[in-house]
Design a protein around this ligand. Structure first.
Ligand SMILES: Nc1ncnc2c1ncn2[C@@H]1O[C@H](COP(=O)(O)OP(=O)(O)OP(=O)(O)O)[C@@H](O)[C@H]1O
Ligand SMILES: [Mg+2]
Length: 410
């Protein structure tokens, strides 16, 4: 089998890729990435669990879909597999940029794409000297941030975080020091402090998907996810906010492609999900009270989805669980309030289409639940097509090479 999928645990996303591959008639092999020993030796390498040798599976495949869950583990997986000569989706060079929010924003900024005003300070709040004594830099860091980011709120976030974890908002100046005090150097916050101006995104932001197959130009899906609500300034749905499928204005799609091209570089095939925020300011086209009321009407049906999503046995009863999940999403989307908010977001986005700020790129986005059932985009399809396109171009190159060498020999 020429395409393999690497993962730590087979979750619904992986089962979704598997069932999509079956529907598309694509054979997939599986590579575990948890309790395995990767051994480099004089004759090559081995890749083994306690009971099984996966070296041949790796030898035989050409493309690997990297589904390791954390950013760090994905970096390791991509590094290893590329060293073994595999094309990884996404390639290591893309993972390396997506790993850091600052590196990502830097790329966008260099390309002339609008981003939130961002400050990076390569110094940790707490530092330890060699004699064990502690230095506290909170005041200096606070001053450095406030030198550039003033009124309207400041967002402090871990450079390599995900799921909105430790993304904090200082609404007033005096809230910044306590927030900085909470910041710690960790695997998701390796060096320094990343701060951003608080973008007045009204009540929603966007998750936009762009993919590139080998030998073809990149394409942006016209349907995106709008994460919306007033429960938390972070729009993440696990914090109580909701999700809507919205149609993107053309210029937003064009900018999304630009963003991904700069991250993708020369890589043949990739799939990237961008996070973007509309800078709406005071251009609210509806009353907040009205929007809140409509969002509240959707809460029961969205909670029903969440309940199904959190079922413990979902992987075991995947087919049945998936059907019930699809029905629950359908029910949610059929509410009148859903249509009202969807239309509102689309109108607001159209008016602010030149003020959409891009701030993050995700190399392994969630897709089976929200993106598929709200935006209507099953990312397993482009993911598998990207992999297939790499195999096909390799086959074509091999065919051309053989034709060329046999012509020379005769
Ligand atoms: N500068 C900002 N201004 C306003 N809101 C922001 C800003 N930065 C982040 N947010 C909000 O917080 C959420 C989480 O931030 P961000 O995307 O940077 O973190 P994350 O940990 O990568 O989250 P995720 O994994 O969901 O993408 C965003 O989706 C957005 O709603
Ligand atoms: Mg994000």
């Amino acid at each position: 089998m020429k395409i393999a999928i690497l993962f730590e645990n087979s979750k619904t996303e992986e089962l979704g890729i598997k069932s999509t591959a079956e529907q598309l008639g694509i054979d997939l092999s599986f590579i575990p990435f948890r309790k395995v020993a990767i051994c480099l030796n004089e004759t090559g390498y081995s890749f083994r669990t306690r009971g099984k040798n996966f070296s041949k599976v790796i030898d035989d495949c050409e493309v690997v879909l990297n589904r390791a869950q954390s950013k760090n583990r994905r970096l390791y997986a991509a590094t290893i597999l590329e060293a073994f000569g595999k094309y990884v989706i996404n390639p290591l060079s893309i993972e390396a940029v997506c790993f850091s929010k600052f590196k990502t924003v830097l790329r966008f900024w260099k390309e002339g794409i609008k981003t939130p005003k961002t400050v990076y300070i390569p110094c940790n709040v707490k530092e330890f000297k060699t004699d064990g004594s502690k230095i506290n830099n909170e005041k200096d860091i606070c001053d450095l941030i406030q030198q550039d980011l003033m009124s309207g709120g400041i967002v402090v976030k871990p450079d390599s975080g995900s799921h909105g974890n430790k993304v904090l908002l200082a609404k007033k100046q005096e809230e910044l020091i306590p927030i900085l005090r909470e910041s710690e150097t960790s695997i998701i916050n390796p060096i320094g402090i990343l701060a951003q101006t608080f973008v007045q995104k009204w009540f929603y932001d966007l998750r936009i998907i762009v993919a590139k197959e080998s030998g073809r130009p990149p394409y942006c899906y016209q349907k995106a996810l709008a994460r919306a609500g007033y429960k938390d300034f972070r729009t993440n749905t696990y914090l109580g906010n909701l999700a809507f499928g919205v149609t993107l204005p053309t210029c937003v799609m064009e900018n999304a492609i630009k963003c991904c091209n700069t991250i993708g570089g020369n890589s043949k095939a990739w799939i990237i999900a961008l996070d973007a925020m509309p800078d709406i300011g005071n251009d609210k086209i509806a009353d907040d009270q009205y929007v809140k009321k409509e969002l509240d009407k959707l809460r029961p049906s969205f909670n029903a989805i969440k309940k199904i999503k959190s079922e413990k046995s979902k992987e075991k009863n995947f087919v049945d669980w998936n059907k019930r999940l699809e029905n629950a999403f359908e029910h949610y989307k059929n509410q009148r309030a859903y249509k009202k908010i969807q239309t509102l977001v689309e109108e607001s986005l159209e008016r602010n289409r030149y003020n959409v700020l891009f701030h993050e790129a995700n190399s392994c986005p969630e897709f089976w639940e929200q993106t598929r059932l709200i935006a209507g985009v099953n990312l397993a399809v482009p993911l598998l097509k990207c992999a297939q396109s790499v195999v096909e171009t390799k086959d074509e190159q091999l065919y051309e090479y053989r034709k060329y060498t046999s012509a020379r020999m005769s």
